[in-house]
Design a protein around this ligand. Structure first.
Ligand SMILES: *[C@@H]1O[C@H](CO)[C@@H](O)[C@H](O)[C@H]1NC(C)=O
Ligand SMILES: *[C@@H]1O[C@H](CO)[C@@H](O)[C@H](O)[C@H]1NC(C)=O
Ligand SMILES: *[C@@H]1O[C@H](CO)[C@@H](O)[C@H](O)[C@H]1NC(C)=O
Ligand SMILES: *[C@@H]1O[C@H](CO)[C@@H](O)[C@H](O)[C@H]1NC(C)=O
Length: 371
């Protein structure tokens, strides 16, 4: 009798557990990832890293139709009943009259279709590296939008602080936007195929621009996002605004690292007689990083002739790191920064896996270039 009753009770418990499991949706709420604790549920944004993986997998098998489909209509991430898409990130434009300084710095007056057009061109040319890189730029664009939207919510909160609490609430207010921004920066899963923080980490390592083994752009960005979260919860508008300016500066540093590292890799690929596809891949990443770096340099009031000279050095048909260095140094110095902060391409890391490659083929030695 006793055993029978136990069994019934056990069955009841496990049925209830099953029902709960069936209903349980994954959430980021109160989870900690890479130095940041989510204040709300932004699992849909984390799920975009799954879309990225699936696009990458489709491209790897040469199925650009499938890649376009996931890009345009989504797959793993839900916003209510509809799917969230990278297409939306690429083609988002603020509503009329809404000012979004970081997002607007990146779009630089171009209309809502420019980035989507670039991505679709890359897909139709079956250019995998360019497609994947530009999709990350779309994530970066929407990341900047979320940071701006957080600011606008706090500002609106002050118009009626007694009734506008919801605008600084964790669930749906400015802190939620900061969570969305962090999810777009770093995701929420160490197995993600590609994230912006992954870019920063790789660039920090390849350029030897690390502190205690971590890319300092990544460390700085993590702290900045924690600061944005804190100042959004306490409605410290000025601190939020100052911090978002830092976010823009960190992205600019990452862009400089991105073009320098990619240019060096392109030159190494040519010197080491890698396949045409590998040379094209390295060149595609110059384009990808320049897509956001160029407008951010303009937004920083960099002299136009310096930007133009850098753009020319980067797009020279014969990639040469040493020939581009003067243009790179001029821009970095005009920003008041030192080249040591941007870093130096580390041959072994930039060309990892290229076994027959020799550093002397690319590295400028004592001011001279070996050929
Ligand atoms: C490409 O992916 C689509 C799904 O989007 C599928 O219908 C099609 O069969 C795939 N093509 C090939 C050649 O595998
Ligand atoms: C996120 O992905 C998980 C796993 O595929 C899924 O269970 C969940 O419903 C998705 N949530 C959203 C909001 O996209
Ligand atoms: C957006 O800009 C591009 C290039 O500047 C132009 O070709 C296109 O027609 C514009 N689209 C819209 C909807 O204004
Ligand atoms: C936010 O900071 C920028 C400088 O980064 C400044 O130009 C702007 O006036 C500030 N906005 C507000 C509303 O304080």
């Amino acid at each position: 009798m006793f055993n029978r009753r136990m069994t019934t009770a056990a069955i009841t418990v496990s049925v209830v557990a099953l029902l709960c499991a069936a209903q349980a949706q994954p959430t980021t709420l109160k989870t900690r990832f890479e130095g940041y604790t989510y204040a709300s549920n932004v699992i849909g944004y984390v799920n975009m890293t799954l879309d990225y993986c699936d696009i990458q997998a489709a491209i790897t098998t040469g199925n650009f139709t499938a890649a376009l489909e996931i890009y345009a209509t989504g797959k793993n991430s839900y916003s209510g009943l509809s799917r969230r898409t990278f297409y939306r990130f690429a083609s988002f434009a603020p509503a009329a009259g809404v000012v979004e300084p970081l997002h607007d710095a990146l779009t630089a007056g171009r209309n809502a279709t420019w980035l989507d057009t670039l991505i679709k061109d890359a897909i139709s040319k079956r250019d995998g590296p360019l497609t994947l890189g530009l999709i990350q730029v779309a994530a970066l664009k929407y990341f900047l939008h979320e940071v701006d939207e957080g600011f606008n919510k706090i500002r609106t909160y002050f118009q009626d602080p007694t009734n506008n609490d919801i605008l600084i609430s964790d669930e749906t207010g400015a802190p939620h936007n900061v969570d969305e921004a962090f999810a777009l920066w770093a995701g929420g899963n160490p197995r993600a195929c590609g994230t912006l923080s992954g870019w920063a980490a790789r660039l920090g390592s390849d350029m030897d621009a690390t502190f205690l083994g971590k890319s300092f752009v990544n460390s700085a960005m993590t702290l900045a996002l924690n600061e944005l979260l804190a100042s959004s919860r306490t409605a410290d508008l000025d601190i939020y605004n100052d911090t978002r300016a830092m976010v823009q500066r960190y992205i600019t540093v990452m862009g400089l690292q991105g073009v320098v590292r990619s240019l060096y890799r392109a030159e190494a690929a040519v010197a080491c007689k890698r396949s045409a596809a590998q040379i094209a891949e390295a060149k595609a990443m110059i384009t990808v990083h320049w897509t956001y770096l160029e407008p951010l340099l303009f937004a920083r009031n960099m002299r136009a002739s310096y930007i133009q000279a850098l753009g020319q050095a980067l797009t020279n048909p014969t990639p040469s790191y040493s020939r581009a260095l003067p243009a790179i140094r001029t821009v970095v110095s005009a920003m008041g920064r030192r080249m040591s902060e941007i870093g130096t391409p580390q041959f072994d890391r930039v060309t990892a896996g290229w076994t027959t490659c020799n550093a002397a083929a690319v590295a400028p030695v004592a001011g001279h270039r070996q050929s």
